[in-house]
Each structure stands twice: as structure tokens, then as C-alpha cells.
Ligand binder design. Structure first.
Ligand SMILES: Cc1cc2nc3c(=O)[nH]c(=O)nc-3n(C[C@H](O)[C@H](O)[C@H](O)COP(=O)(O)OP(=O)(O)OC[C@H]3O[C@@H](n4cnc5c(N)ncnc54)[C@H](O)[C@@H]3O)c2cc1C
Length: 411
């Protein structure tokens, strides 16, 4: 027999699992489908190569979903300071005072305990799966892929690769940047690939867990440091961290193929001096980075959320924070629709979702683009302009605090 649901969420990554949990907690009958198996957290394991800076706004959302305490019980590292500076030098800016090229946000000055947390993606996902499992009206379907979509006036049917099918009033495509649901629904994307890629490395460094995450900008791309948890008794006095090296694909391919000792030397030369002393490089992986936006957020009974709808340059770490905002917005609208006995795939409702989320996502996309173009060049006037911009942000507490509150997901 074909099982019937109110909502089928395809993709149980951070965004899909969060949305399904929220909907389940609000009484919807939800199917949560992912072609991967259930994520597992192993205490004492080396960190997941994929980590995200979760804003205070995302933390609050995960608290509402009863997943945040599970995240904290696994592993999460608060950061209290965030610094950004221009690492390149030019004769013109050498004449300017040094602090002008740097801006630092500090939780103390905002009356907050922290600005956000660095969390391994698999930890956030595992905590959300655990929260979803506790909801009796959520049916989790790990290790299952959707093979076909049929839509009619009353519901959508999803054929699955385990030779079964389900129906749902609404299908959410939360299956990431290469979304199969987006393709099945016939929704196109606009996409532009950046010249840079991101190479991420899990490393150990000497010293206690840092309370700062920072990014130094070079014309070839930024270099970023994100603190992770302590390395424990096995490596006393050491901590884990994540490094991101943005550069041209050919350069990153070269770095990725290097023996560890040589890579260590390249990092010492290529990263700002603020980098703590590294003792070990664990894993490395590179990711293509692209700006991608779905041409529509919905089509008939399929609606998109998270990376399936939009991907942005990760240089300010906002991708999943935007996805969580999509999920919250969609959940609120679906609750109103159910209370008004409206079809959950009513075009008026789904266009309201798109009207609220598209401009916000686009704004962040354009801001990241502006950052990328302003910093990834050697043109002297732009060099001066970005230094003056950083200097102004540092000198004007009001502007600095507004930016910080926005980045923290509080405004
Ligand atoms: C280098 C880098 C650094 C980043 N840093 C940050 C950061 O600091 N902060 C931040 O907010 N964001 C960051 N991001 C972005 C963030 O990782 C993404 O925005 C986020 O992972 C998107 O979550 P999602 O759930 O929408 O998609 P995904 O994480 O891609 O999850 C999609 C899920 O769908 C499943 N799936 C895929 N296809 C199918 C299918 N056909 N059928 C069934 N299941 C399917 C997958 O198994 C997966 O579980 C970064 C990205 C990169 C590349």
C-alpha cells in the first residue's frame, strides 16, 4: 500500500532534518528521505572535514527544535571574537595606520556570551536526526533515493528505489546544491562559478582552544581559521582547528597533492602570522564554490529549501544559516495554511514563501559577491577602498554592531 503523508522532505541534511523536525513537532505527518544512511557521532573521533559557523540565530532555532543540547553534548566550539583583515600590502596602504585594515567583532561589546559556534556538519545533522526520531509522526527513510515524481491536483507521488512509493500533499526538495528534486520538478538555476575554490583542512595546533575565528584576505583568496574542540588526553596541550585556503583550482590541486611536511611549510608561509603553531594536518578536501539560485522556489507541489534553492560563496559562512531561515519561514506559513484548512501546496502560500526568502538570500549572495570582488584583486584604488571600509567599520561602533547582529542572525 502507498503510504500517505502531509509533507515529504527529500534530503535529511542540516536543513531538511531541521525542517522535518519542526513540522513533526507541529503535528504534520512527515516522511524524511535521504539516500545516505543515518549519521553517527563517535566520541573521540577526528573532526568531520565539513564544519560550519552557526550563528546565534541558528542556535536559537536548534534550541526550539530540542536539538541544541544534543549538539553541545557531542561537540561544539563557541567563538567570542571574529576578526577580518586585509592581508595584502601595497605602497599606498603602507602609509595608513595598521589597525585601519582590520575589523574585530567582540561578543563582550555586544553584551553577548558568544557570537556563534563552530560545529561539525555531521554533529548538527546527527543531533537533528535524533530529534526527528523522537517525533512519532515523522517517518525516517535512510538509504532511500527518489526515482520519479508524479504530480496531480491532490498530491504528489514519489517513487522510491526500494520498489515502494509514497504520496504527500507537499514535497520539500532539501537535497543540496545538486538537487534531484529540483530537476524532477523542472526548476532551472542561474549559476556562476567563482575562479577560486576552497580547500579545507582539519588540523591540530599547540595551545588551548582559541575563542576567535578569523579571516585574512589576500588577492589570491582568503585564509581562514576556525577553532574546534580540545584534542584531549591523547594529545595534551593541543586543540583541533579547521583551516580554509581559498585559491585558484590549479594551486589547490598542487597543495592537496603535497606531502604533509611540505604542505605544513606552505601553510606557514601562506597563512597570516596569527595562525597558532600547527602540530598535525589530518584531512584535506577541496570544494568548488559557486553562486547558484533556483529560478523558482516552487513548482506545483514541490518547494525548495537550503542549498537546493541557493548556494553562496562560503567566505562569510552563511550558507546553512540562510537554509535554516528558509526552513523557519516555510514552517510558519505551513502552520497558518493548515489552521486555515488551505492546501499545503497552495500557489499563494508558496509564492509568499518565495517572496520572503528570495530577496534575503539574494542580498546575502550579492554581499558575498561584493566581498569576493573587492578583495580578490590587486587594483590599488580598490585596495585603498577596502582598507578604508574595514577602518570605518572598526571606527564606527554603531556600524560594527549592526553588522555583527546581522551576521549573528539576530537582526
Ligand atoms: C568550504 C565550505 C565552507 C562552508 N562553511 C559554512 C559556514 O561556516 N557556515 C554556514 O552557514 N555554511 C557554510 N557552508 C555552506 C553549508 O555547508 C551549506 O549551506 C549546507 O551544508 C547546506 O545544507 P543543506 O541541508 O541545504 O544541503 P546538504 O548539506 O547538501 O544536504 C543535502 C542532503 O540531501 C541528501 N541527498 C542529496 N541528494 C539526494 C537524493 N537524490 N535523494 C535523497 N537524498 C539526497 C544528502 O545525502 C544530504 O544529506 C560552507 C560550504 C562550503 C563548501
Amino acid at each position: 500500500m502507498t503510504q500517505a503523508f502531509d509533507i515529504a522532505v527529500v534530503g535529511a541534511g542540516m536543513v531538511g532534518a531541521a525542517l522535518a523536525t519542526g513540522l513533526g513537532r507541529n503535528g504534520f505527518r512527515v516522511a524524511l528521505i535521504d539516500f545516505a544512511d543515518a549519521p553517527e557521532f563517535v566520541p573521540g573521533s577526528t573532526p568531520d572535514i565539513r564544519v560550519s559557523a552557526l550563528s546565534a540565530g541558528s542556535e536559537r532555532y536548534l534550541q526550539n527544535l530540542k536539538a541544541w543540547d544534543t549538539v553541545l553534548a557531542m561537540r561544539a566550539t563557541p567563538y567570542r571574537r571574529l576578526a577580518v583583515w586585509d592581508q595584502s600590502s601595497h605602497p599606498l596602504t603602507r602609509l595608513l595606520p595598521k589597525p585601519l585594515a582590520r575589523v574585530e567583532f567582540n561578543a563582550n561589546k555586544l553584551g553577548a556570551s558568544h557570537l556563534g559556534h563552530i560545529v561539525e556538519n555531521s554533529v548538527t545533522q546527527a543531533a537533528l536526526w535524533q530529534a526527528a526520531i523522537t517525533q512519532p509522526n515523522i517517518t525516517l527513510m535512510p538509504g532511500v533515493a527518489v526515482t520519479n515524481l508524479i504530480q496531480n491536483n491532490n498530491h504528489a507521488q514519489l517513487d522510491l528505489d526500494n520498489a515502494t512509493a509514497i504520496t504527500a500533499t507537499l514535497v520539500v526538495g532539501a537535497d543540496g546544491a545538486q538537487s534531484r528534486m529540483r530537476d524532477l520538478a523542472g526548476i532551472g538555476v542561474t549559476r556562476s562559478q567563482y575562479d577560486q575554490q576552497a580547500m579545507v583542512m582539519s588540523v591540530r595546533y599547540r595551545g588551548a582552544v582559541e575563542d576567535i575565528t578569523w579571516q585574512g584576505f589576500l588577492p589570491s583568496g582568503p585564509r581562514a581559521f576556525l577553532p574546534l574542540h580540545t584534542a584531549g588526553e591523547e594529545f595534551p596541550g593541543e586543540s583541533w582547528g579547521s583551516l580554509v585556503w581559498y585559491d585558484a583550482p590549479a594551486r589547490l590541486a598542487q597543495l592537496k597533492a603535497m606531502p604533509t611536511e611540505q604542505l605544513m611549510a606552505e601553510i606557514q608561509q601562506g597563512f597570516p602570522q596569527q595562525l597558532p603553531e600547527l602540530t598535525h594536518i589530518d584531512t584535506r578536501a577541496s570544494f568548488p564554490i559557486a553562486r547558484q539560485h533556483a529560478k523558482h522556489y516552487y513548482q506545483n507541489r514541490v518547494v525548495l529549501a537550503g542549498d537546493a534553492a541557493h548556494t553562496i560563496n562560503p567566505l562569510a559562512g552563511q550558507g546553512v544559516n540562510l537554509g535554516f531561515q528558509d526552513a523557519q519561514c516555510l514552517q510558519q506559513l505551513l502552520i497558518v495554511a493548515r489552521n486555515n484548512s488551505t492546501d499545503l501546496a497552495d500557489p499563494a502560500l508558496l509564492s509568499q514563501y518565495e517572496n520572503q526568502r528570495r530577496p534575503a538570500n539574494r542580498r546575502m549572495m550579492l554581499a558575498m559577491d561584493a566581498f569576493y570582488h573587492l578583495f580578490s584583486n590587486r587594483v590599488p584604488p580598490l585596495h585603498l577602498l577596502r582598507n578604508l571600509g574595514l577602518g570605518a567599520a572598526q571606527a564606527l561602533p554603531f556600524a560594527r554592531n549592526r553588522v555583527a547582529r546581522y551576521a549573528m542572525g539576530l537582526d
